[in-house]
Write a protein that binds this ligand. Structure first.
Ligand SMILES: [Zn+2]
Length: 86
């Protein structure tokens, strides 16, 4: 069972908030394609959990990119797995 702490949980919440802000532009095209926002969020979470920060570039999602960087830092320092649900 992966280790987690309060900071892991906080980082996850921060990530979701950042993705909500960064996905504002992506939202319209996603809805236009007939899918819902929960699917979008899940897909983005899955993409990040599967080490997809290269697809999610800094220019594309600056806030998400920053949070992901903090996550990697925290994981490197503590050995925690922020994405415990994976
Ligand atoms: Zn932690």
């Amino acid at each position: 069972m992966p280790t987690q702490c309060a900071e892991c949980a906080a980082l996850l919440q921060e990530l979701v908030a950042a993705m909500s802000a960064d996905s504002e532009r992506q939202r319209e095209s996603w809805i236009a394609s007939g899918r819902n926002l929960l699917d979008l969020r899940n897909q983005m979470l899955a993409a990040i959990a599967n080490d997809g920060p290269r697809e999610m570039s800094e220019a594309h999602s600056p806030r998400t990119f920053e949070v992901k960087r903090k996550m990697a830092e925290h994981e490197a320092q503590t050995g925690h797995s922020v994405f415990k649900f994976r």
